[in-house]
Design a protein around this ligand. Sequence first.
Ligand code: SAM
Length: 217
Amino acid sequence: MLRALKQRATFIKQFTTRFETTGSLFPSSRFLAKSITRYLSERKESPIRLLECGPGTGAFTNRIVRLLQPGDTYHLVELNESFVQTLKRRFEEEPHWQAVADTAQIFETPLQEFQPAEKYDFIISGLPHVNFPPVLLEQMTAAYFRMLKPGGMCSYFEYMHLLRIRKSISLRGARRRMHKVNSILQNFCSQYRIRRESVWMNVPPAWVQHLSSPGGD
Ligand SMILES: C[S@@+](CC[C@H](N)C(=O)[O-])C[C@H]1O[C@@H](n2cnc3c(N)ncnc32)[C@H](O)[C@@H]1O
């Protein structure tokens, strides 16, 4: 309970100081974590490679660690050093996290600069896509699929109707940016999406997008 409160406080502090990259006032709920890990929870027995982008204080990580098995590879890419400290502490202190600590590696770097040696079976992303400049967002969406194996799954979330709301209240320049962001994400989904889920039990409610890389069996 106290730990959860501390994580919330860390999140709120980072939101107020680094709004663009933190993207949200609260960590995601366990309902959102369950939805975004849907395909991971249906994994096969053989070892997998998993990338988590923007883990923050570990709302998704806390579920992911329960779905990992010995022999898996789990990479976490997080640019905010405060969040990295929280994640490291959780891997040291919490039993489910400790159990897979040997499997997990945290990279304190922006995703756009991350160069993995091998591709992944799963990518789970908590990045605040709607806050990114369109050029960066295009790089990110291309990077997801460059880093996925054929047939691999990429799952991310977005807050319901946020783009539409921000478009309607923004000034013209910002509106143009939101329009571009919207069309990049729509294009990404129309090519690769296999499922969209609505998660109401989250502040704010969110859609989870599941996309599959072409070429699997
Ligand atoms: C909306 S928060 C999500 C945190 C957590 N996954 C959750 O759902 O509660 C976005 C996270 O992405 C991280 N982030 C933002 N831009 C990033 C980038 N370019 N590379 C890596 N991490 C980034 C932020 O520091 C933050 O931890």
